[in-house]
Ligand binder design. Structure first.
Ligand code: SOE
Length: 384
């Protein structure tokens, strides 16, 4: 059967432009879907780099102004993989042009921006999704299944951290290609919006909504040379952020992210303790889920290290044979597959813009609390 073509216009050619392009190129090879993404156009301000990217990844055409891309009648879907300060404007224009919109995380630089994006896609009635890719690590999806089946019982604790070490040098500049994550005007915040946002998205998915937070943040290097102005400028991002939270289900949580944990490159871990069982997951060992079930017979009770590579495990029957692992890039392929399947089945893809707004409400509350030293209530992303 001929597949329906879905013509994509990608904005941005950096790290995320590559992960998304790879996902769209591979998805039909491994998943049986009604839709086939077509790499119709890539857009970036630097025409030469955009043309090189198009040639490498197989995009059919190039634009250097995203407004032109959004206006093109031969584009069905706009995929935003450009820096955070561009998300809202592009998403609003794309939605009002009737295009489906995918957006890299975080949705907005803050919840106010994200609210406008949610309103725009709701008003236009277009499909939308945010690339919180870690939900689609098979071991993380399995954790969701185990929790939903009630195997953990009542949840008491949620513990998450995301540790990196790539900004420790005071000589690292801020701003511009590759380093916009250090420029608060572009990124919106530091590790709170960049790394904790991942931990929060997973947590809301696995353990429900968060009611209250109390936080602390720190900027260890106060000034850095700015790549675009050439001047030494104040650093406005948080280099480290930690918070306590109370979930609506009564469980207590700790979250921590930093780019100053020497020796850790992308150590995203979470542990959940329930009345019957606990689970632990670690991005550096992403194909394993650690599981402890108190209901096991006492003599053989202990932590089990589940190797999530079997056909019974989420997504895995699409890949190789049991025992053979997959990696980071596959999480984006899974998300693209779920999005395309959702389109055929009329199932709204997740996380939607509204789901991602819920994460922005938490990160906003974290940053407010870090400023005022108080517990902050977290707003809820309503269904209206
Ligand atoms: C930052 O270093 C970063 O690339 C994040 O922006 C990504 O979202 C995260 O998945 C890996 O780390």
């Amino acid at each position: 059967m001929a597949r329906k073509k879905l013509k994509l216009g990608l904005v941005g050619y950096g790290f995320m432009g590559r992960t998304h392009s790879n996902a769209f190129r591979q998805v039909n090879q491994f998943f049986d879907l009604d839709y086939q993404p077509v790499l119709q156009a890539v857009c970036a301000r630097d025409g030469e780099k955009a043309r090189a990217f198009a040639a490498q990844w197989g995009y059919d055409s190039v634009e250097t102004d995203w407004r032109k891309l959004v206006a093109r009648p031969d584009i069905d879907l706009i995929d935003i993989a450009s820096p955070n300060d561009t998300h809202a404007e592009i998403a609003l224009a794309a939605a009002s042009a009737g295009k489906m919109v995918l957006c890299e995380k975080p949705l907005g630089r803050n919840a106010a921006e994200a609210e406008r994006m949610v309103d725009a896609v709701a008003k236009a009635g277009v499909a939308n999704m945010v690339w919180y890719n870690y939900r689609r690590v098979p071991a993380v999806t399995l954790a969701k299944q185990l929790i939903d089946e009630g195997r953990l019982g009542r949840i008491f604790h949620y513990r998450a951290k995301f540790l990196q070490d790539w900004t420790i040098s005071k000589d690292l500049p801020q701003g511009g290609a590759g380093l916009w994550r250090l420029d608060v005007n572009v990124a919106g915040s530091g590790v709170t919006g960049d790394l904790l946002a991942h931990c929060i998205d997973t947590a809301l998915w696995l353990n429900g909504s968060i009611d209250q937070v109390t936080a602390m943040t720190e900027t260890f290097i106060k000034e850095r040379q700015h790549n675009l102005t050439g001047k030494v400028e104040k650093v406005g991002i948080d280099d480290a952020s930690a918070f306590l939270a109370r979930f609506a289900n009564g469980s207590l949580a700790t979250f921590e992210a930093t780019r100053y944990a020497r020796g850790h490159k992308a150590l995203y871990t979470f542990e959940i303790n329930g009345e019957h069982a606990s689970i632990f997951w670690d991005l550096h060992d992403l194909h394993r889920l650690q599981y402890f079930d108190h209901r096991d017979e006492g003599r053989v009770r202990g932590w089990r290290s589940l190797h999530i590579t079997d056909g019974d495990h989420p997504y895995m029957k699409q890949w190789w044979v049991p025992g053979l692992q997959i990696g980071y890039e596959h999480t984006f392929i899974h998300q693209a597959a779920d999005f395309l399947r959702g389109l055929s089945e009329g199932k709204p893809p997740a996380p939607s813009f509204r789901d991602a707004l819920a994460t922005d409400y938490v990160t906003d509350a974290v940053l407010r609390s870090a400023q005022n030293g108080r517990w902050e209530q977290v707003r809820k992303a309503s269904e209206s």
